[in-house]
Design a protein around this ligand. Structure first.
Ligand code: DX5
Ligand code: ZN
Length: 235
């Protein structure tokens, strides 16, 4: 049971022709933060949006902007996104370890690791914290909990409940034991991303997640305020 459930609205399913109004919709509905899905077409098989969008929405909201970096070599882009106005930077564990056989080459997905180079990851984590921003480490469904001592440096962990790259995918309940195991040892925030809806959110919260990321469920709802109210009631 979690004290405070926060809803992070992923603008991947927003109407980009009226992004300003969509940000207002997130605020009015009671979302706690705005989730920006950045995809480079290499780390994931899709290309989405970049720093110009973070820059464009920054003056429109006081909500924290969380940038989910689904890109190779995230360290190259961290400063760019912090300069653009991101408050939280989410970086993937898979960018810091030897990729499993079968997902090393371009075009092989999902990217998965069993361990990571702690020093390399810590370097980027500390660079983010040094600027007073928050940092989350993201873990793909097939990657085990392999963060070890890095947990002490993180504000949060984001557990992917779909293989990243696209909205509107089906929730993978097999990641829930990871949420449960993490909740036992980690006092920080646990976010879950992918396939969250009225049926799957209760399981995620029960397992220990306290931040629910949602794109299609939130933006596809006739009553987004009702969606947020419902999700927050799950604690
Ligand atoms: C997937 C993204 C998610 C996605 C969620 O690669 O990281 O944030 O937008 O979309 P829904 O909520 O529709 O599964
Ligand atoms: Zn995301």
């Amino acid at each position: 049971m979690q004290d405070n459930i926060k809803v992070s609205a992923s603008i991947l399913c927003a109407d980009f022709t009226k992004l300003g109004q969509e940000i207002k919709r997130c605020e009015d509905a009671g979302a706690a933060m705005i989730h920006v899905d950045v995809m480079d077409g290499h780390f994931v098989p899709n290309i989405s949006i970049g720093g110009v969008i973070v820059q464009a929405i920054r003056p429109l909201t006081t909500l924290p902007i969380e940038t989910h970096l689904m890109v190779e070599h995230p360290g190259m882009y961290i400063d760019h996104f912090m300069d653009a106005g991101s408050d939280i930077i989410s970086i993937h564990a898979e960018c810091y370890g030897p990729l499993r056989e079968g997902c090393r080459k371009l075009g092989q997905y999902p990217k998965e690791v069993d361990s990571l180079d702690m020093d390399k990851a810590r370097e980027d984590i500390l660079r983010i914290k040094k600027r007073g921003k928050k940092v989350f480490m993201v873990i793909n469904p097939g990657t085990p909990l392999c963060l070890g001592s890095l947990l002490e440096d993180l504000h949060g962990v984001l557990i992917m409940s779909v293989n990243p790259g696209f909205a509107k995918q089906k929730f993978m309940p097999e990641v829930l034991p990871k949420v449960q195991a993490l909740r036992k040892v980690f006092k920080g925030e646990i976010a879950i991303d992918g396939g969250i809806n009225a049926e799957t959110a209760p399981e995620a919260v029960k397992a220990g997640a306290n931040i629910l990321v949602t794109a299609s469920y939130f933006f596809g709802a006739a009553d987004p305020k009702g969606v947020v109210k419902y999700l927050k009631s799950l604690r």
